[in-house]
Ligand binder design. Structure first.
Ligand SMILES: NC(=O)c1ccc[n+]([C@@H]2O[C@H](COP(=O)([O-])OP(=O)(O)OC[C@H]3O[C@@H](n4cnc5c(N)ncnc54)[C@H](OP(=O)(O)O)[C@@H]3O)[C@@H](O)[C@H]2O)c1
Length: 332
């Protein structure tokens, strides 16, 4: 590791499961890049619903993987833009100084330095700010993979449920870009925004009975809803697909019972309900960077906070009412 990098660093820690108010600033060892990894100086970190789920340890099932009593990785933040400042074994040292955007493996973004896998890195062109770049991997990547799972293409009619959040604002734009006719549900105050992103019809989810909509959607991208899956299936055209991204779940198992119900409802039916388990894909992130640079999509950022206000960002995500993305700038 380069000698100019300090051996310890301040970081925002969620070392116990619980609400954002339990986030503490602590001094921790600066991570060291291992084989196939780089060390990044973080320029910006975008927060996601997954950061909140891990912070809360909710659903409980999640704790089996991420730490039974406390999070194994206590630093939240997966989506980052940063500068390569050191490299691990097998990584070309000439990459030091490169500006990149990447989805981290298991958090670490709310700190001045974090390690990232070299095979995931996407170059960040100078025309793309770190704050905008950091919004792309999880929300943009999930929206992209959900549209793929549902086979969304030109001329189709698509319903996006939960269109105003991080994933939804990308899903609307990317579906419109594919030439689909986009209908969307969101809160009343966000209808104008969602229409400006490319939705032709929008509905307030608090007052609209979805069963009054026509039953001819080629795809439903279910991001934030809690509507019965049978009802969503009835809204599909004969070979339509519901792509389940998020939605409500119980404290113990989260969305798993709903996913199983979706599988059961798809058996023997031409209308199917598919679960989306988005994974970090470099080639998709490269496309998202290109689309953003070309002005074909415009990530929606609700607020950009200084590093010192990271807890406010986590609290905002925890409220469940984010419009687009919340981004935390890297520590000066
Ligand atoms: N499957 C995967 O691989 C994957 C990947 C990423 C995310 N996810 C999941 O996807 C979900 C959404 O993530 P996100 O980042 O978009 O969350 P988010 O940014 O926190 O979403 C908040 C937005 O959702 C809206 N909303 C809440 N309930 C709604 C409802 N019933 N109908 C319509 N809109 C509603 C809110 O509007 P109001 O303020 O008006 O209430 C708010 O604008 C989460 O459950 C997350 O865990 C899954």
């Amino acid at each position: 590791m380069s000698t100019t990098i300090t051996h310890t660093m301040p970081a925002w820690l969620n070392d116990r499961y619980g609400s954002a108010t339990g986030t503490r600033r602590e001094t921790v060892p600066t991570p060291e890049p291992r084989r196939g990894e780089v060390l990044l100086r973080i320029r910006a970190t975008a927060l996601n619903a997954a950061d909140v789920r891990l912070m809360l340890g909710d659903p409980l099932l999640l704790r089996l993987m991420f730490g039974l009593r406390r999070p194994k990785q206590p630093i939240r933040g997966n989506d980052v833009a940063g500068t390569i400042v050191a490299v691990g074994e097998t990584v070309d040292a000439s990459r030091i100084g490169e500006e990149v955007v990447v989805e981290l493996d298991s958090g670490g973004g709310l700190a001045p330095y974090a390690v990232a896998r070299v095979d995931r890195l996407v170059t960040r062109p100078g025309a793309l700010t770190p704050e905008v770049a950091a919004t792309l991997p999880i929300s943009g990547g999930t929206a992209f993979q959900a549209l793929d799972a549902a086979g969304v293409s030109s001329g189709q009619r698509v319903l996006v449920i939960g269109a105003s959040g991080g994933v939804g604002t990308f899903a609307v734009q990317l579906a419109a870009l594919r030439g689909a006719e986009v209908w969307a549900t969101c809160g009343e105050p966000n209808r104008a925004l969602v229409e400006s992103l490319g939705a032709t019809r929008t509905f307030d989810y608090r007052t609209t009975d979805l069963s009054t909509l026509p039953s001819n959607f080629d795809a439903i991208i279910e991001i934030a809803g809690s509507r019965p899956l049978r009802q969503l299936k009835r809204l599909l055209a004969p070979t339509g697909v519901v792509a389940m991204v998020g939605g409500e779940g119980g404290r113990l198992l989260g969305p798993i019972p709903r996913i199983l119900r979706g599988l059961l409802l798809s058996i023997g039916s031409r209308r199917s309900i598919r679960m989306v388990a988005a994974v970090a894909k470099r080639e998709i992130n490269e496309q998202l960077v290109e689309l953003t640079i070309a002005g074909r999509i415009a990530p929606v950022i609700e607020r950009t906070l200084p590093w010192d206000a990271a807890v406010d960002g986590l609290a905002r995500l925890e409220s469940g009412h984010t419009v687009g993305k919340v981004v935390v700038r890297g520590r000066e």
